[in-house]
Ligand binder design. Structure first.
Ligand code: HEM
Length: 487
Protein backbone atom coordinates (compact mmCIF):
# COMPACT_ATOMS: atom_id res chain seq x y z
CA UNK A 1 0.00 0.00 0.00
CA UNK A 2 1.47 3.39 -0.95
CA UNK A 3 0.25 6.62 0.57
CA UNK A 4 1.52 9.77 -1.10
CA UNK A 5 0.62 11.91 1.92
CA UNK A 6 3.23 10.20 4.12
CA UNK A 7 6.92 11.00 4.62
CA UNK A 8 9.72 9.05 2.92
CA UNK A 9 12.39 6.95 4.65
CA UNK A 10 14.80 9.88 4.32
CA UNK A 11 12.73 11.66 6.97
CA UNK A 12 13.53 8.93 9.50
CA UNK A 13 16.39 10.28 11.67
CA UNK A 14 19.85 8.83 11.05
CA UNK A 15 21.56 7.45 14.18
CA UNK A 16 24.41 9.76 15.25
CA UNK A 17 28.15 9.31 14.56
CA UNK A 18 27.94 7.61 11.14
CA UNK A 19 31.43 7.49 9.54
CA UNK A 20 31.75 8.29 5.83
CA UNK A 21 32.35 4.81 4.34
CA UNK A 22 31.69 2.55 7.28
CA UNK A 23 28.52 4.11 8.60
CA UNK A 24 27.83 2.60 12.04
CA UNK A 25 29.78 -0.63 11.40
CA UNK A 26 32.45 0.12 14.03
CA UNK A 27 30.24 0.75 17.08
CA UNK A 28 27.96 -2.07 15.93
CA UNK A 29 30.87 -4.52 15.83
CA UNK A 30 32.66 -3.11 18.90
CA UNK A 31 29.69 -3.12 21.31
CA UNK A 32 26.42 -3.97 19.56
CA UNK A 33 24.26 -3.84 22.70
CA UNK A 34 25.57 -0.44 23.77
CA UNK A 35 24.95 0.78 20.24
CA UNK A 36 21.41 -0.61 20.17
CA UNK A 37 20.61 0.89 23.57
CA UNK A 38 22.01 4.26 22.47
CA UNK A 39 19.05 4.29 20.06
CA UNK A 40 16.42 3.80 22.76
CA UNK A 41 15.62 7.53 22.73
CA UNK A 42 14.14 7.10 19.24
CA UNK A 43 10.56 6.10 19.92
CA UNK A 44 9.44 4.99 16.44
CA UNK A 45 12.20 4.40 13.91
CA UNK A 46 15.83 5.31 13.27
CA UNK A 47 18.14 4.71 10.31
CA UNK A 48 21.39 2.77 10.75
CA UNK A 49 24.13 2.52 8.11
CA UNK A 50 26.34 -0.50 7.58
CA UNK A 51 28.85 0.37 4.87
CA UNK A 52 26.85 1.39 1.82
CA UNK A 53 23.57 -0.16 3.04
CA UNK A 54 21.02 1.55 5.23
CA UNK A 55 18.53 -0.26 7.44
CA UNK A 56 15.58 1.15 9.33
CA UNK A 57 15.47 0.07 12.93
CA UNK A 58 11.95 -0.17 14.36
CA UNK A 59 11.93 0.93 18.03
CA UNK A 60 8.20 0.96 18.75
CA UNK A 61 6.36 -2.19 19.98
CA UNK A 62 3.15 -1.58 17.98
CA UNK A 63 5.10 -0.98 14.76
CA UNK A 64 7.26 -4.03 15.49
CA UNK A 65 4.11 -6.12 15.83
CA UNK A 66 2.73 -4.69 12.61
CA UNK A 67 5.89 -5.88 10.84
CA UNK A 68 5.75 -9.35 12.44
CA UNK A 69 2.10 -9.86 11.52
CA UNK A 70 2.40 -8.92 7.86
CA UNK A 71 4.89 -11.51 6.63
CA UNK A 72 3.79 -11.18 3.02
CA UNK A 73 5.11 -7.61 2.86
CA UNK A 74 7.81 -7.80 5.59
CA UNK A 75 9.47 -11.03 4.54
CA UNK A 76 12.62 -12.86 5.50
CA UNK A 77 15.39 -12.19 3.00
CA UNK A 78 18.46 -10.09 2.23
CA UNK A 79 22.16 -10.57 2.98
CA UNK A 80 21.74 -11.82 6.56
CA UNK A 81 19.42 -14.62 5.47
CA UNK A 82 21.83 -15.47 2.63
CA UNK A 83 24.49 -16.11 5.31
CA UNK A 84 22.10 -18.19 7.45
CA UNK A 85 21.05 -20.23 4.40
CA UNK A 86 24.72 -21.15 3.87
CA UNK A 87 24.32 -23.26 7.00
CA UNK A 88 20.70 -24.38 7.32
CA UNK A 89 19.48 -24.14 3.74
CA UNK A 90 15.95 -23.02 2.95
CA UNK A 91 14.32 -24.48 6.06
CA UNK A 92 11.34 -23.16 7.97
CA UNK A 93 13.19 -20.30 9.68
CA UNK A 94 14.93 -18.94 6.57
CA UNK A 95 12.50 -19.60 3.71
CA UNK A 96 10.58 -16.75 2.14
CA UNK A 97 6.84 -16.15 2.43
CA UNK A 98 6.06 -18.09 -0.75
CA UNK A 99 7.49 -21.33 0.68
CA UNK A 100 6.61 -20.75 4.30
CA UNK A 101 2.97 -21.78 4.70
CA UNK A 102 3.52 -25.27 3.27
CA UNK A 103 6.63 -25.86 5.39
CA UNK A 104 4.92 -24.60 8.53
CA UNK A 105 1.95 -26.95 7.95
CA UNK A 106 4.35 -29.88 7.50
CA UNK A 107 6.45 -29.05 10.59
CA UNK A 108 3.64 -28.05 12.97
CA UNK A 109 2.60 -31.62 13.94
CA UNK A 110 6.10 -32.20 15.38
CA UNK A 111 5.38 -29.48 17.94
CA UNK A 112 1.77 -30.34 18.72
CA UNK A 113 1.00 -29.84 22.45
CA UNK A 114 0.18 -33.55 22.80
CA UNK A 115 3.84 -34.32 22.06
CA UNK A 116 5.19 -32.14 24.87
CA UNK A 117 4.81 -34.63 27.74
CA UNK A 118 6.85 -37.16 25.74
CA UNK A 119 9.55 -34.58 25.01
CA UNK A 120 9.32 -33.43 28.65
CA UNK A 121 10.20 -36.93 29.87
CA UNK A 122 13.34 -36.86 27.70
CA UNK A 123 14.27 -33.36 28.93
CA UNK A 124 13.81 -34.27 32.57
CA UNK A 125 15.94 -37.42 32.20
CA UNK A 126 18.70 -35.57 30.32
CA UNK A 127 18.73 -32.77 32.93
CA UNK A 128 18.85 -35.19 35.87
CA UNK A 129 21.74 -37.01 34.19
CA UNK A 130 23.62 -33.79 33.60
CA UNK A 131 23.04 -32.43 37.11
CA UNK A 132 24.09 -35.81 38.53
CA UNK A 133 27.39 -35.76 36.63
CA UNK A 134 28.80 -32.79 38.58
CA UNK A 135 30.83 -32.86 41.81
CA UNK A 136 30.79 -30.63 44.86
CA UNK A 137 33.18 -27.67 44.32
CA UNK A 138 33.20 -28.01 40.50
CA UNK A 139 33.60 -24.82 38.53
CA UNK A 140 31.35 -25.16 35.53
CA UNK A 141 31.85 -23.78 32.06
CA UNK A 142 28.12 -23.16 32.12
CA UNK A 143 27.53 -22.53 28.42
CA UNK A 144 29.46 -25.64 27.42
CA UNK A 145 27.55 -27.72 29.97
CA UNK A 146 24.17 -26.37 28.85
CA UNK A 147 25.10 -26.94 25.20
CA UNK A 148 25.89 -30.61 25.86
CA UNK A 149 22.64 -30.90 27.81
CA UNK A 150 20.44 -29.36 25.11
CA UNK A 151 22.34 -31.14 22.30
CA UNK A 152 21.65 -34.45 23.99
CA UNK A 153 18.02 -33.54 24.71
CA UNK A 154 17.45 -32.21 21.17
CA UNK A 155 19.11 -35.23 19.59
CA UNK A 156 17.04 -37.61 21.70
CA UNK A 157 13.74 -35.85 21.04
CA UNK A 158 14.55 -35.53 17.34
CA UNK A 159 16.22 -38.81 16.65
CA UNK A 160 14.90 -40.99 19.53
CA UNK A 161 17.49 -42.65 21.69
CA UNK A 162 21.06 -41.61 22.29
CA UNK A 163 23.31 -41.29 19.28
CA UNK A 164 26.82 -42.72 19.48
CA UNK A 165 28.95 -40.56 21.80
CA UNK A 166 31.36 -39.73 18.96
CA UNK A 167 28.51 -38.44 16.74
CA UNK A 168 27.23 -36.31 19.59
CA UNK A 169 30.69 -34.92 20.39
CA UNK A 170 31.35 -34.09 16.72
CA UNK A 171 27.95 -32.42 16.30
CA UNK A 172 28.54 -30.33 19.41
CA UNK A 173 32.03 -29.21 18.36
CA UNK A 174 30.81 -28.32 14.84
CA UNK A 175 27.82 -26.43 16.19
CA UNK A 176 30.05 -24.40 18.51
CA UNK A 177 32.40 -23.52 15.61
CA UNK A 178 29.52 -22.45 13.36
CA UNK A 179 27.74 -20.43 16.00
CA UNK A 180 30.84 -18.51 17.12
CA UNK A 181 31.96 -17.66 13.56
CA UNK A 182 28.53 -16.75 12.34
CA UNK A 183 27.95 -13.20 13.60
CA UNK A 184 31.34 -11.98 12.34
CA UNK A 185 30.68 -13.51 8.95
CA UNK A 186 27.30 -11.84 8.84
CA UNK A 187 28.87 -8.44 9.45
CA UNK A 188 31.90 -8.92 7.17
CA UNK A 189 31.71 -7.60 3.58
CA UNK A 190 31.40 -10.30 0.88
CA UNK A 191 34.93 -9.95 -0.53
CA UNK A 192 36.62 -10.30 2.86
CA UNK A 193 34.36 -13.25 3.70
CA UNK A 194 35.82 -15.25 0.80
CA UNK A 195 39.47 -14.91 1.93
CA UNK A 196 40.85 -18.39 2.65
CA UNK A 197 41.58 -17.71 6.34
CA UNK A 198 42.00 -20.45 8.97
CA UNK A 199 38.69 -19.38 10.51
CA UNK A 200 36.88 -19.72 7.18
CA UNK A 201 38.35 -23.20 6.63
CA UNK A 202 37.24 -24.35 10.09
CA UNK A 203 33.79 -22.84 9.54
CA UNK A 204 33.35 -24.52 6.14
CA UNK A 205 34.55 -27.87 7.47
CA UNK A 206 32.20 -27.68 10.46
CA UNK A 207 29.13 -26.86 8.43
CA UNK A 208 29.80 -29.58 5.84
CA UNK A 209 30.45 -32.15 8.54
CA UNK A 210 27.30 -31.22 10.49
CA UNK A 211 25.20 -31.44 7.30
CA UNK A 212 26.74 -34.85 6.57
CA UNK A 213 25.92 -36.06 10.10
CA UNK A 214 22.27 -35.03 9.71
CA UNK A 215 22.09 -36.51 6.18
CA UNK A 216 23.42 -39.85 7.51
CA UNK A 217 20.73 -39.93 10.20
CA UNK A 218 17.99 -39.16 7.65
CA UNK A 219 19.25 -41.83 5.24
CA UNK A 220 19.09 -44.41 8.05
CA UNK A 221 15.55 -43.31 8.89
CA UNK A 222 14.38 -43.53 5.25
CA UNK A 223 15.82 -47.04 5.11
CA UNK A 224 13.84 -48.01 8.23
CA UNK A 225 10.80 -45.73 8.49
CA UNK A 226 9.30 -47.32 11.64
CA UNK A 227 7.47 -44.59 13.60
CA UNK A 228 9.59 -43.95 16.69
CA UNK A 229 7.34 -41.17 18.02
CA UNK A 230 10.18 -38.67 17.75
CA UNK A 231 10.41 -35.37 15.94
CA UNK A 232 12.05 -36.84 12.85
CA UNK A 233 9.40 -39.59 12.50
CA UNK A 234 6.69 -36.92 12.55
CA UNK A 235 8.53 -34.89 9.94
CA UNK A 236 9.14 -37.94 7.70
CA UNK A 237 5.47 -38.91 7.95
CA UNK A 238 4.00 -35.38 7.67
CA UNK A 239 1.51 -34.89 4.82
CA UNK A 240 0.31 -31.50 3.62
CA UNK A 241 -3.26 -32.08 2.46
CA UNK A 242 -3.54 -28.47 1.22
CA UNK A 243 -0.61 -28.83 -1.17
CA UNK A 244 -1.92 -28.68 -4.74
CA UNK A 245 1.35 -29.16 -6.63
CA UNK A 246 1.83 -32.85 -5.86
CA UNK A 247 4.45 -32.15 -3.18
CA UNK A 248 2.49 -33.32 -0.20
CA UNK A 249 5.54 -34.50 1.76
CA UNK A 250 8.99 -33.12 2.55
CA UNK A 251 11.73 -34.18 0.11
CA UNK A 252 15.04 -35.52 1.47
CA UNK A 253 16.70 -32.14 0.95
CA UNK A 254 13.85 -30.34 2.73
CA UNK A 255 13.96 -32.85 5.54
CA UNK A 256 17.70 -32.25 6.00
CA UNK A 257 17.15 -28.46 6.07
CA UNK A 258 14.36 -28.77 8.64
CA UNK A 259 16.32 -31.16 10.83
CA UNK A 260 19.32 -28.83 10.79
CA UNK A 261 17.08 -25.83 11.46
CA UNK A 262 15.52 -27.46 14.52
CA UNK A 263 18.82 -28.76 15.71
CA UNK A 264 20.80 -25.52 15.42
CA UNK A 265 17.88 -23.18 16.10
CA UNK A 266 16.73 -25.13 19.11
CA UNK A 267 19.75 -26.23 21.03
CA UNK A 268 21.86 -23.09 21.12
CA UNK A 269 19.03 -20.70 22.01
CA UNK A 270 17.79 -22.95 24.82
CA UNK A 271 21.32 -23.59 26.11
CA UNK A 272 22.15 -19.92 26.44
CA UNK A 273 18.76 -19.16 27.99
CA UNK A 274 19.57 -21.76 30.64
CA UNK A 275 23.09 -20.44 31.12
CA UNK A 276 21.78 -16.89 31.66
CA UNK A 277 19.09 -18.15 34.02
CA UNK A 278 21.74 -19.92 36.12
CA UNK A 279 23.90 -16.79 36.09
CA UNK A 280 20.96 -14.67 37.26
CA UNK A 281 20.19 -17.14 40.03
CA UNK A 282 23.83 -17.25 41.13
CA UNK A 283 23.95 -13.47 41.36
CA UNK A 284 20.55 -13.33 43.11
CA UNK A 285 20.86 -15.90 45.90
CA UNK A 286 17.53 -14.92 47.44
CA UNK A 287 15.67 -15.90 44.24
CA UNK A 288 17.76 -19.05 44.05
CA UNK A 289 16.66 -20.00 47.57
CA UNK A 290 13.01 -19.32 46.72
CA UNK A 291 13.35 -21.53 43.66
CA UNK A 292 14.91 -24.28 45.75
CA UNK A 293 12.00 -24.01 48.17
CA UNK A 294 9.62 -24.37 45.22
CA UNK A 295 11.41 -27.38 43.74
CA UNK A 296 11.61 -29.07 47.15
CA UNK A 297 7.93 -28.64 47.83
CA UNK A 298 6.82 -29.56 44.28
CA UNK A 299 9.09 -32.57 43.86
CA UNK A 300 8.87 -33.72 47.48
CA UNK A 301 11.10 -36.67 46.72
CA UNK A 302 9.32 -37.64 43.48
CA UNK A 303 11.06 -38.02 40.13
CA UNK A 304 10.98 -34.88 37.99
CA UNK A 305 8.72 -35.08 34.92
CA UNK A 306 6.51 -32.92 32.71
CA UNK A 307 3.52 -33.41 35.06
CA UNK A 308 5.27 -31.09 37.54
CA UNK A 309 5.28 -28.19 35.08
CA UNK A 310 1.99 -26.50 36.14
CA UNK A 311 3.30 -26.26 39.72
CA UNK A 312 6.69 -24.80 38.82
CA UNK A 313 5.43 -21.19 38.80
CA UNK A 314 8.65 -19.50 39.94
CA UNK A 315 10.85 -21.58 37.62
CA UNK A 316 8.59 -20.49 34.78
CA UNK A 317 8.82 -16.82 35.81
CA UNK A 318 12.61 -17.07 36.07
CA UNK A 319 12.73 -18.31 32.48
CA UNK A 320 10.31 -15.60 31.30
CA UNK A 321 12.42 -12.93 33.00
CA UNK A 322 15.68 -14.39 31.68
CA UNK A 323 14.30 -14.23 28.15
CA UNK A 324 13.39 -10.59 28.74
CA UNK A 325 16.87 -9.60 29.92
CA UNK A 326 18.83 -11.83 27.54
CA UNK A 327 16.66 -12.64 24.51
CA UNK A 328 18.86 -14.97 22.43
CA UNK A 329 17.34 -13.53 19.23
CA UNK A 330 18.33 -10.00 20.22
CA UNK A 331 18.03 -8.72 16.65
CA UNK A 332 15.80 -9.83 13.77
CA UNK A 333 15.51 -8.47 10.25
CA UNK A 334 12.94 -8.25 7.49
CA UNK A 335 13.06 -7.23 3.82
CA UNK A 336 10.21 -5.35 2.16
CA UNK A 337 8.75 -7.28 -0.77
CA UNK A 338 6.81 -4.21 -1.96
CA UNK A 339 6.51 -0.52 -1.13
CA UNK A 340 4.67 -0.09 2.16
CA UNK A 341 3.74 2.48 4.74
CA UNK A 342 4.85 1.98 8.32
CA UNK A 343 4.18 4.49 11.08
CA UNK A 344 3.36 7.19 8.55
CA UNK A 345 6.60 6.64 6.60
CA UNK A 346 6.77 5.35 3.04
CA UNK A 347 9.31 2.55 2.71
CA UNK A 348 10.54 1.20 -0.61
CA UNK A 349 10.48 -2.41 -1.73
CA UNK A 350 13.87 -3.96 -0.92
CA UNK A 351 14.38 -1.88 2.26
CA UNK A 352 15.74 -3.70 5.30
CA UNK A 353 14.04 -3.41 8.68
CA UNK A 354 15.70 -4.31 11.97
CA UNK A 355 13.63 -5.41 14.98
CA UNK A 356 15.23 -5.77 18.37
CA UNK A 357 13.84 -7.74 21.31
CA UNK A 358 16.77 -6.49 23.41
CA UNK A 359 15.88 -2.85 22.81
CA UNK A 360 12.15 -3.29 23.52
CA UNK A 361 12.74 -5.48 26.59
CA UNK A 362 14.99 -2.85 28.19
CA UNK A 363 12.90 0.23 27.48
CA UNK A 364 12.07 1.98 30.76
CA UNK A 365 8.68 3.18 29.47
CA UNK A 366 7.68 -0.45 28.79
CA UNK A 367 9.20 -2.21 31.83
CA UNK A 368 9.64 -0.77 35.30
CA UNK A 369 13.31 -0.74 36.30
CA UNK A 370 14.11 -2.69 33.12
CA UNK A 371 17.66 -3.78 34.00
CA UNK A 372 16.57 -5.43 37.25
CA UNK A 373 16.11 -9.19 37.41
CA UNK A 374 12.65 -9.51 38.91
CA UNK A 375 10.85 -12.78 38.10
CA UNK A 376 7.91 -11.61 40.19
CA UNK A 377 7.10 -8.85 37.72
CA UNK A 378 5.34 -11.72 35.91
CA UNK A 379 3.35 -12.91 38.90
CA UNK A 380 -0.20 -13.28 37.57
CA UNK A 381 0.75 -11.14 34.56
CA UNK A 382 0.74 -12.34 30.96
CA UNK A 383 3.58 -10.77 28.94
CA UNK A 384 2.40 -8.07 26.54
CA UNK A 385 2.44 -9.49 23.01
CA UNK A 386 3.88 -6.35 21.43
CA UNK A 387 6.65 -5.41 23.86
CA UNK A 388 7.78 -8.89 25.00
CA UNK A 389 9.01 -10.76 21.93
CA UNK A 390 11.69 -13.34 22.79
CA UNK A 391 10.03 -15.77 20.35
CA UNK A 392 9.00 -13.17 17.76
CA UNK A 393 5.31 -12.98 16.80
CA UNK A 394 2.81 -13.65 14.02
CA UNK A 395 3.09 -16.36 11.37
CA UNK A 396 6.89 -16.62 11.80
CA UNK A 397 6.76 -16.93 15.58
CA UNK A 398 9.09 -19.57 16.97
CA UNK A 399 7.58 -22.99 16.35
CA UNK A 400 9.62 -24.42 19.24
CA UNK A 401 8.58 -21.92 21.95
CA UNK A 402 6.71 -24.41 24.15
CA UNK A 403 9.33 -27.08 23.47
CA UNK A 404 12.06 -24.68 24.65
CA UNK A 405 10.12 -23.45 27.70
CA UNK A 406 9.38 -27.02 28.78
CA UNK A 407 13.03 -27.94 28.41
CA UNK A 408 14.32 -24.85 30.22
CA UNK A 409 11.92 -25.07 33.19
CA UNK A 410 12.59 -28.77 33.74
CA UNK A 411 16.36 -28.35 33.42
CA UNK A 412 16.41 -25.42 35.83
CA UNK A 413 14.40 -27.41 38.35
CA UNK A 414 16.68 -30.44 38.08
CA UNK A 415 19.77 -28.27 38.60
CA UNK A 416 18.70 -26.02 41.49
CA UNK A 417 17.11 -28.87 43.40
CA UNK A 418 20.60 -30.41 43.74
CA UNK A 419 23.04 -27.53 43.57
CA UNK A 420 23.80 -24.15 45.08
CA UNK A 421 25.31 -21.86 42.42
CA UNK A 422 27.68 -18.96 43.04
CA UNK A 423 29.60 -16.78 40.57
CA UNK A 424 33.15 -17.97 39.86
CA UNK A 425 34.49 -15.56 37.25
CA UNK A 426 34.61 -11.90 36.32
CA UNK A 427 31.74 -9.75 37.58
CA UNK A 428 29.68 -8.25 36.08
CA UNK A 429 29.62 -10.85 33.33
CA UNK A 430 28.74 -9.35 29.95
CA UNK A 431 27.14 -11.13 26.96
CA UNK A 432 29.29 -11.87 23.93
CA UNK A 433 27.17 -10.59 21.12
CA UNK A 434 27.05 -13.10 18.31
CA UNK A 435 24.09 -14.23 16.24
CA UNK A 436 22.57 -14.68 19.69
CA UNK A 437 23.42 -13.13 23.06
CA UNK A 438 26.05 -15.65 23.97
CA UNK A 439 27.03 -16.54 27.53
CA UNK A 440 30.35 -18.00 26.30
CA UNK A 441 32.99 -17.92 29.05
CA UNK A 442 30.49 -17.85 31.93
CA UNK A 443 31.67 -19.87 34.93
CA UNK A 444 29.81 -20.79 38.13
CA UNK A 445 30.86 -22.64 41.27
CA UNK A 446 28.76 -25.58 42.49
CA UNK A 447 28.15 -26.57 46.08
CA UNK A 448 26.05 -29.52 47.00
CA UNK A 449 22.94 -28.43 48.86
CA UNK A 450 23.51 -29.29 52.51
CA UNK A 451 20.01 -29.15 53.92
CA UNK A 452 18.36 -30.71 50.87
CA UNK A 453 15.19 -28.78 51.64
CA UNK A 454 15.30 -24.99 51.72
CA UNK A 455 13.26 -23.63 54.62
CA UNK A 456 10.46 -22.02 52.67
CA UNK A 457 8.63 -20.92 55.84
CA UNK A 458 11.62 -18.84 56.91
CA UNK A 459 12.10 -17.43 53.44
CA UNK A 460 8.55 -16.39 52.98
CA UNK A 461 8.44 -14.80 56.43
CA UNK A 462 11.34 -12.47 55.51
CA UNK A 463 10.13 -8.85 55.03
CA UNK A 464 8.04 -9.40 51.90
CA UNK A 465 8.05 -6.60 49.39
CA UNK A 466 4.77 -5.71 47.88
CA UNK A 467 3.98 -7.76 44.77
CA UNK A 468 3.19 -5.87 41.56
CA UNK A 469 -0.42 -5.19 40.67
CA UNK A 470 -1.99 -8.48 39.67
CA UNK A 471 -4.53 -8.42 36.90
CA UNK A 472 -5.24 -12.14 37.28
CA UNK A 473 -5.03 -14.88 39.88
CA UNK A 474 -1.59 -16.50 40.08
CA UNK A 475 -1.61 -20.08 38.85
CA UNK A 476 -0.88 -23.05 41.06
CA UNK A 477 2.66 -23.11 42.37
CA UNK A 478 3.10 -19.35 42.09
CA UNK A 479 4.52 -17.55 45.11
CA UNK A 480 6.08 -14.11 45.46
CA UNK A 481 9.80 -14.02 46.10
CA UNK A 482 10.18 -11.83 49.14
CA UNK A 483 13.29 -9.73 48.43
CA UNK A 484 14.75 -7.32 45.86
CA UNK A 485 17.09 -8.68 43.22
CA UNK A 486 20.13 -7.36 41.34
CA UNK A 487 20.91 -8.12 37.71
C1 HEM B 1 14.74 -20.23 24.24
C2 HEM B 1 14.76 -20.81 23.07
C3 HEM B 1 14.36 -20.17 21.76
C4 HEM B 1 14.27 -18.86 21.42
C5 HEM B 1 14.56 -17.65 22.29
C6 HEM B 1 13.82 -18.81 20.05
C7 HEM B 1 13.58 -17.63 19.36
C8 HEM B 1 13.03 -17.59 18.10
C9 HEM B 1 12.61 -16.38 17.43
C10 HEM B 1 12.75 -14.97 17.98
C11 HEM B 1 12.09 -16.73 16.23
C12 HEM B 1 11.49 -15.78 15.18
C13 HEM B 1 12.57 -15.16 14.35
C14 HEM B 1 12.05 -14.10 13.41
O1 HEM B 1 10.87 -13.80 13.38
O2 HEM B 1 12.88 -13.55 12.67
C15 HEM B 1 12.21 -18.17 16.11
C16 HEM B 1 11.80 -18.89 15.03
C17 HEM B 1 11.98 -20.24 14.92
N1 HEM B 1 12.44 -21.10 15.89
FE1 HEM B 1 12.96 -20.61 17.78
N2 HEM B 1 13.66 -20.07 19.59
C18 HEM B 1 13.96 -20.94 20.61
C19 HEM B 1 13.89 -22.33 20.57
C20 HEM B 1 13.57 -23.05 19.46
C21 HEM B 1 13.49 -24.50 19.41
C22 HEM B 1 13.69 -25.41 20.61
C23 HEM B 1 13.23 -24.83 18.12
C24 HEM B 1 13.04 -26.19 17.50
C25 HEM B 1 13.32 -27.33 18.06
C26 HEM B 1 13.11 -23.61 17.37
C27 HEM B 1 12.85 -23.53 16.03
C28 HEM B 1 12.48 -22.36 15.38
C29 HEM B 1 12.02 -22.32 14.00
C30 HEM B 1 11.92 -23.51 13.06
C31 HEM B 1 11.70 -20.99 13.71
C32 HEM B 1 11.14 -20.45 12.41
C33 HEM B 1 9.63 -20.45 12.49
C34 HEM B 1 8.95 -19.94 11.21
O3 HEM B 1 9.50 -19.08 10.54
O4 HEM B 1 7.83 -20.41 10.95
N3 HEM B 1 13.33 -22.55 18.21
N4 HEM B 1 12.76 -18.67 17.28
Amino acid sequence: MTDTSTATAASVPLAPRALPLLGHALPLLRDPLAFIMSLSGYREMVRVRLGPSTAVMVCDPALTRQVFLNDRVYDKGGPIYDRIREVIGDGLSTCSYTLHRRQRRLCQPSFHPTRLPGYGAVFARAAELKAGSWRDGDILDVTQEMMTLTTRATMETMFSGALPEETMRRALADTATIVSAFFRRMMTPALLRQLPTRQKRRYDQARHRLSDTIAEIIAERRADPTDRADLLSTLVGAVDEESDDGQKQLSDAELADEALTFFLGGMETTAITLAWALHLLATNPDVQRCLQAETDSVLAGSKLDAAHLPSLGLASRVVTETLRLYPPAWMMTRTLRQDAELGGVRLKSGSTLVLSAYLLHRRSDLFTDPDRFDPDRWLGVQPDRASYIPFGAGPRKCIGDQFALTEAILALTAIVSRWELTPAGEQPFKPKVETSLSSRGLTLRLSERRTGIADSTELHAASPRSAPAQPSTPRAGASACPVQHQE
